[in-house]
Write a protein that binds this ligand. Structure first.
Ligand code: SF4
Length: 716
């Protein structure tokens, strides 16, 4: 190492929820931040995917926000931090006085750390509103709802390590780990497959998961390529097949009678729901041969240990909660929960989407998933915070955006990009124009920043410390190198300053009796001090400290100092009120929009390995952009013939909400009648077309099915 280089620091990849450890090192120039492997990192043992290896490329990108900006006469001008803080605090106070605290919305970020999201939700609640949410709403709100209410915790029941060692069957439905969780796929799941595990993939689209396991060329593995939005009928065929086979041969172990008897409730409801169910008609609706689904049912039900992986193909539907409930039904009737190599396991998208929810950046829960309308839980948090929290759940992020200009007058956005990430994006952009006050706190000028009144430039993931929680509930520390741009601030510093000015000056100044401590409860020395407060109000994190997290991290729940954390959940009982796992029969609910004469195709959406959600970072990475520089749409050869589309030709893809122009890829990866595209690229984002209809309970939008049409002969 040359003398002008800093020592490398161990941190966590900023992209997906696998939580791979990497090292970064700063050279003589602050802007010179390089990636280095971390050979014995606990999750990935030195391996990274293309995104992880390219993660440092964007730290000194020319588009970085380097100074605060205030909008004046429709144009942004450079401003001082002092001007911006004064403006933000004045506007927050004005809105509360004129309209009340529920006229503000606060968006946390799954790309920022636990401490930052904890402080943001505390800020919202001290302000007087539960209108705080994060983009888990867009990816797994329905999964969290179903898992929390039927099993106890809204998270993976098992860990990548026990699944690698113990699972005999991987049932992967609506998830694509080959593309979205490449290191989990290659280092854990693929190893299990090499040792003999079987993969059943249920997905409308053939993808890198299909190819990475050789599913398309195998007698052992299966790909059930169903029509979008038919997951409930497909699982109902599986469940009914298992019940029928058990009836015929009770000794073959298709269901686990003892487990159902001792550890579950609701089995009779499932049996009743499936009584009149017609498997043949359902298979036709799914577009999958009945005998294939029956064979898949046999492989799952007769395995020693079978694990379900669930992804956004399941959660992003208006029936998302019921989709996941049916996976829970399958695991419970076969006794595949509560031991290694089993479970219902959501593969979480962003590097801290699990943690952002854990720390309470959601409208219905406080830290540790304690319900805001549970008096006892709320009062225990209030005791530590020293102020009252509203006792009614607030609005979700999509609801906040839809209320913009009506009941919502102002928005505080930390590290989110709703103009790209929310469905029916054109109308989101229109409504943001109606807000009186928008703060955007970010590292790049996002599409949402265009609508801001003030832009606060934050530091990147590489420049600050804190903790993040990965997809299997492992809380790990991130560590930063020095700042790259002097006039930027860490998210925690910004929130701390806003909170202190807002609450210390308006309420607590001069009051030595305040239980909130100095700064109105927002003055912290460093992220560790915030974590120390977080663990006082978040039971599942209570046993963790920065020292204990060390370099390997700990899985939650970790209730007391000394607890080692649980790699798998529910060994003895479920974390529900009765201690039982909840079974509930569900029936098919077709997508809100189905093909018709005007829009005869089904549009479905998903992500790519090389890009990341709204592309704020990944589309600025030269390595990642070289791989896939622009959006495209997969079209089945039969549809291409019908429309006269050549492979590589530009087409116009439209829905009732908008249109985008993009290159057509003619491929059998997609089914006839189904077109498939991505949300990553601003110029042609799928979310200009997607439907904003929501799951009634979890309020997640139906990104995965909309009616669409294609036009040819368009200019690129
Ligand atoms: Fe980063 Fe995920 Fe790739 Fe690991 S698998 S390097 S966490 S993007």
């Amino acid at each position: 190492m040359s003398s002008d280089q800093q020592d490398p620091v161990k941190t966590i990849c900023p992209y997906c929820g696998v939580g791979c450890g990497i090292q970064i090192q700063q050279g003589e120039e602050p802007s010179d931040v390089r990636f280095m492997p971390w050979g014995d990192a606990p999750v990935n043992e030195g391996r990274v995917c293309i995104k992880g290896g390219a993660a440092t490329e964007v730290i000194d990108h020319e588009d970085r926000l380097t100074d605060p900006l205030l909008k004046e006469d429709g144009e942004f001008r450079e401003a001082t931090w002092e001007e911006c803080f004064e403006y933000v605090v004045d506007e927050l106070e004005r809105i509360r006085e004129e309209y009340g605290p529920d006229a503000m919305g606060f968006f946390g970020s799954s790309k920022t750390m636990n401490e930052e999201n904890y402080l943001l939700q505390k800020l919202a609640r001290r302000y007087g509103t539960n209108n705080v949410d994060n983009c888990t709403r867009m990816c797994h709100a329905s999964t969290v709802w179903a898992l929390r209410t039927s099993l106890g915790a809204g998270a993976m029941t098992n860990s990548m390590r026990d699944l690698r060692e113990e699972a005999d069957v991987f049932w992967i439905q609506g998830a694509n780990p080959g593309e979205q969780h490449p290191i989990a796929n290659s280092q854990y799941f693929r190893q299990a497959v090499l040792d003999g595990a079987t993969v059943i993939q249920v997905d409308p689209h053939a993808n890198k998961t299909t190819r990475s396991f050789g599913i398309d060329d195998s007698d052992r593995h299966m790909h059930l390529q169903l029509n979008p939005g038919t997951d409930i009928p497909l699982l109902n065929i599986v469940l009914k097949t298992i019940l029928e086979k058990h009836e015929e041969n009770p000794d073959e172990g298709w269901i686990d009678e003892a487990f159902i008897e001792e550890r579950t409730e609701g089995f009779a409801d499932l049996v009743e729901t499936l009584e009149g169910f017609d498997k043949e008609a359902a298979a036709e609706e799914c577009g999958v041969p009945l005998e294939d689904i029956e064979l898949a049912a046999e492989k799952y039900a007769t395995a020693d240990n079978a694990a379900i992986f669930t992804g956004m193909g399941m959660s992003q539907h208006a029936c998302g909660v019921d989709n996941v409930q049916n996976e829970i039904n399958l695991a419970l009737i076969t006794g595949n929960l509560g031991r290694p190599g089993t479970g219902v396991n959501p593969l979480r998208g962003q590097n801290n989407v699990q943690g952002t929810s854990d720390v309470g950046a959601m409208p219905n829960v406080l830290p540790g998933y304690q319900l805001v309308d549970d008096d006892e839980a709320r009062e225990s948090v209030e005791e530590v915070w020293g102020f009252e929290v509203p006792d009614e759940p607030g609005l979700t992020n999509v609801e906040i955006s839809y209320e913009a200009g009506d009941s919502i007058k102002g928005l505080y956005v930390m590290g989110e990009n709703p103009v790209m990430s929310e469905p029916d994006a054109n109308s989101v952009a229109e409504r943001l124009k109606d807000l009186e006050f928008v703060v955007v706190q970010d590292i790049f000028p996002t599409e949402t920043a265009e609508y801001a009144d003030v832009i606060l430039p934050a530091t990147t993931w590489a420049e600050r410390g804190g903790t993040v929680t990965n997809t299997d509930r492992r809380v790990q520390r991130m560590r930063g190198v020095g700042k790259v741009h002097e006039n930027t601030k860490h998210d925690l510093e910004i929130l701390s300053e806003v909170g202190t000015r807002l609450f210390d000056e308006s309420e607590d100044r001069g009051s030595s009796e305040s239980r909130t401590g100095s700064g109105g409860g927002f003055d912290f020395d460093d992220p560790e001090a915030v974590f120390e407060e977080l663990r006082q109000v978040c039971p599942i994190y209570h046993g963790m400290t920065y020292d204990r997290l060390g370099k390997g991290g700990l899985h939650w729940p970790c209730y007391e100092p000394g607890d080692e954390g649980d790699p798998y959940l529910y060994a003895e009982e479920f974390d529900t009120e009765s201690g039982l796992g909840h079974i509930e029969g569900v029936e098919h609910q077709p997508p809100a929009e189905t093909p018709d004469e005007e829009y005869p195709l089904i549009l479905t959406t998903a992500r790519l390995e090389e890009h990341y959600n709204t592309g704020t970072m990944s589309t600025r990475s030269s390595t990642l952009n070289r791989q896939t520089p622009e959006n495209f749409v997969d079209v089945h050869p039969a549809d291409a013939d019908r429309y006269g589309i050549e492979d590589g030709e530009y087409v116009r893809l439209s829905s009732r909400r908008g249109e985008i122009t993009l290159e057509a890829h003619v491929t059998e990866d997609t089914k006839e009648g189904v077109v498939w595209t991505t949300p990553h690229f601003a110029a042609a984002s799928a979310n200009k077309l997607t439907n904003h209809v929501l799951d009634e309970r979890a309020k997640i939008p139906e990104y995965k099915a909309a009616a669409a049409e294609i036009d040819v002969d368009v200019e690129p």
